[in-house]
Design a protein around this ligand. Sequence first.
Ligand SMILES: Nc1ncnc2c1ncn2[C@@H]1O[C@H](COP(=O)(O)OP(=O)(O)O)[C@@H](O)[C@H]1O
Ligand SMILES: [Mg+2]
Length: 289
Amino acid sequence: MSRTTTSTAAEVIARLPEPVGAALEAALELFPGGRNARITNPANEGALNHVLLIRTEQAQAVFRMRRAASSREIFDYLNAMYVHTGFPELGGLFRLRSIGEEIAFLHQARALGLPVPALLAEGDDWMLIELIEGRTAYAAVKDGDLGAVAAVVDTLRQAHERGVIYGDRWGDNEVIDPSGRVRPIDFDVEWTLREHRPGFLEAMEMGVYLFNALRLTSERPALLDLARRDLAPRLRDRGYDMPRMAGVVAGLGRFYLDPDKPGNEWSLPASLYRDLAAPVATLAAELNS
Ligand SMILES: Nc1ncnc2c1ncn2[C@@H]1O[C@H](COP(=O)(O)OP(=O)(O)O)[C@@H](O)[C@H]1O
Ligand SMILES: [Mg+2]
């Protein structure tokens, strides 16, 4: 994983592949004081997108554009993960959105009052969005701040009540702002269903998030306690398909512990996850009880 680096606009443009540098230049033209921007690569930048945090004296924004290669590899990795949850077998479909499709999703979600970033500017294959100060939900649970988990769960539930599935919620795609509000970002993966199955994607989304919170937190026993006392009863009261959610959690546990899972730059060896088996079984049982 790369470290955070901050550079001038000219330095970043020179470093990027030519079409990406040209797109960034076009974006900076639309940005007050853009030529004098300080630009940061997030430490946790993924394999699918160029993500650049832009700050000037007057304004700030995030530049986002797909990387040229690697989407096949990402698709295969996600597919292998989802197969373990029963998602494709039960009629679940997923695809990678283009930037244009991601922009359309942002518009839909904002129109429904959901707290996704504002779109500030767009090109054919890039967008400038609101930069949200704060830390990701992943960073919070890694530091043992479990308040983030209930906050993300509530944010997902709000979207589900309005008929929206964000897809790929795992903690690093949720920024918690200084007031504690959860702001979902990163909508490059779309989940849909082959046929109508009420509650299926909602349970999947919640299960994926809860599994990853458990995987990534420094406070697994406390998270299991929170799930038993608070999260599971609340989700059950809201009508979530709890057996499905438990199935997703158990399935992702099998994926992470599978010695043959596809290896790539994002995946860590299964040996690192051996101590995950018991907490995953407990979480699945709490959700299903
Ligand atoms: N709008 C934003 N506001 C604040 N931070 C952001 C924003 N967009 C991205 N980031 C940061 O960059 C990281 C990677 O961005 P993300 O959109 O998730 O793309 P990807 O996972 O494809 O690299 C996020 O985890 C977050 O730390
Ligand atoms: Mg992301």
